[in-house]
Write a protein that binds this ligand. Structure first.
Ligand code: GLN
Length: 475
């Protein structure tokens, strides 16, 4: 099932042509009918229907309604949402009821949007396939034998299956863009700091970004407009574009400079993926865009850099799950120390443990300079290379991932192979630049292929404008 564009839904709700209750019911029905994909961890049926009734009443009373009035959505289960457990798909947080609500959800609710369900993810957002969920694996909507990508695999699958017009995801090293590309939906990782991280389970705090997964760039722009901007609960937040995002229009392609990232078009990339990217780039050139090959020489180091910095931050962020303050506690432990080790030992899954160990190692006094400090130096170098690239071009383009959706189980035995394939998404997080994935084609197995586009920091509006222009080209 597919949804109408968000602005049309809202106009219909405000005009009383469709009720918020009907929209929520439509969403609940799609969730119910597609249970076999395992995209959802929990459904907030009663809360959602209550909220929908309030909105319908407000319509009848002629009250002023928000820009997302009555629009159902799904949040990745690492967002704190009142009335639901926030598990981050981890056993250690099973049954953890949100004591407060994330800022992004607060803003969406204030605009009239309604959270109907929480989506599956790789536990604590560690992964690229949703196979690291401690609960269950989500299936790709295009082929049930394949992964939906990750870590926001449940959110991407939910949108692709028509469970809601949009979902929220988090992206620390590709977790919005890669599942969007695997499931054939639109996914935006905004500039670092543009959307408040308050009330979202932290992974790597200097990399974590929150963004929408939608059916179109226009829908993503509408959602971004609501969730973006300064928040006093997250000191890293920045002001949103003075023009906002909701009224973004497709940009004119004539004369814009697009850099095709040389390092992303090399040997390791699947031929079909490469070919579709080239085709799209060619049609952009036909419409007058100036296409330039761009090299960022430190890009091959980005992956190693990410897999030092991200686990370092993960190890520190996960230290709060001590069996005392949150979630699971081993009650058999004879003393406090044992309680820590047993609660953490039983509560955390394999991948979380792996990352805690890597992270503590690279931060330990003997290795700090060799790993963590060096990775930070490389990160600065990368940031400088991105800014030099953006002196030469307006946007960067390339694939999102070296392949289309892979088979369930294909990479689980080899975590390193899984890490390596994040090579094209992690750099945007290290540099803090906005980046998105939009569906441009399907491979010979009918699996979606995404195009990745990046822009300088705080050019999210322009980036969305370009995405709209590309959407028209590949329609
Ligand atoms: N796949 C990457 C990782 O495993 C990215 C995860 C994310 O963005 N949350 O770290």
């Amino acid at each position: 099932m597919s949804w109408e564009p968000i602005d049309e839904l809202v106009t219909a709700v405000k005009a009383g042509r469709i009720s918020a209750v009907e929209l929520v019911e439509r969403s609940l029905k799609a969730i119910d009918e597609n249970q076999s994909y395992h995209a959802i961890i929990s459904v907030l049926k009663d809360n959602a229907l209550t909220r929908a009734r309030q909105i319908d009443q407000a319509v009848k009373n002629g009250e002023d309604l928000g820009v997302l009035a009555g629009v159902p959505f799904i949040a990745k289960d690492n967002f704190l949402v009142y009335g639901s457990d926030t598990t981050a798909a981890s056993n250690i947080l099973r049954g953890f009821a949100a004591p407060y609500q994330s800022s992004a959800i607060n803003r969406l609710e204030a605009a009239g949007a309604i959270c109907v369900a929480k989506a599956n993810l790789d536990a604590f957002a560690h992964g690229a396939s949703t196979e690291n969920s401690d609960f269950f694996v989500t299936f790709n909507p295009h082929d049930k034998t394949r992964v939906p990508g990750g870590s926001s695999g449940g959110s991407a699958a939910a949108v692709a299956l028509g469970m809601a017009p949009f979902a929220l995801g988090t992206d620390t090293g590709g977790s919005i863009r890669q599942p969007a590309s695997f499931c054939g939906v639109f996914g935006l990782k905004p500039t670092y700091g543009l959307v408040s991280r308050s009330g979202v389970v932290a992974m790597g705090s200097s990399l974590d970004c929150i963004g929408p997964l939608t059916n179109s760039a226009k829908d993503a722009a509408i959602v971004l407009d609501v969730i973006s901007g300064r928040d006093k609960l997250d000191a890293t937040t920045i002001d949103k574009d003075t023009a906002g995002y909701a009224n973004t229009e497709a940009s004119l392609l004539k004369g814009i400079k697009i850099g095709v990232v040389k390092e992303y078009m090399g040997d390791g990339v699947n031929d079909e993926v490469k070919l579709s990217i080239k085709r799209t780039i060619d049609s952009l050139a036909e419409r007058g865009a100036d296409i330039i090959e761009i090299s960022l020489p430190s890009l091959p180091l980005a992956l190693a850099c990410y897999y030092i910095i991200a686990p370092a931050e993960v190890s520190s962020n996960l230290s709060r799950y001590d069996g005392v303050r949150y979630g699971y506690r081993d009650t058999e432990a004879p003393d406090l120390f044992d309680s820590y080790t047993k609660s953490r030992g039983h509560g955390f899954g394999k991948e979380a443990k792996r990352r805690i160990m890597i992270g503590t190692y690279v931060l330990s006094s003997g290795y700090y300079d060799a790993y963590y400090k060096k990775a930070q130096t490389v990160r600065t170098k990368l940031i400088n290379e991105f800014s030099a690239a953006f002196d030469a071009v307006d946007y960067l383009a390339g694939p999102v991932f070296p392949t289309t959706a892979f088979k369930i189980g294909e990479n689980v035995k080899n975590p390193l192979a899984m890490y390596l394939s994040d090579v094209m998404t992690v750099a945007a997080n290290l540099a803090g630049v906005p980046s998105l994935s939009l569906p441009i084609a399907q491979d010979s197995h009918n699996l979606p292929i995404g195009l990745q586009l990046m822009a300088p920091q705080q050019r999210d509006r322009e980036l969305l404008g370009l995405a709209m222009a590309v959407e028209e080209l590949v329609k």
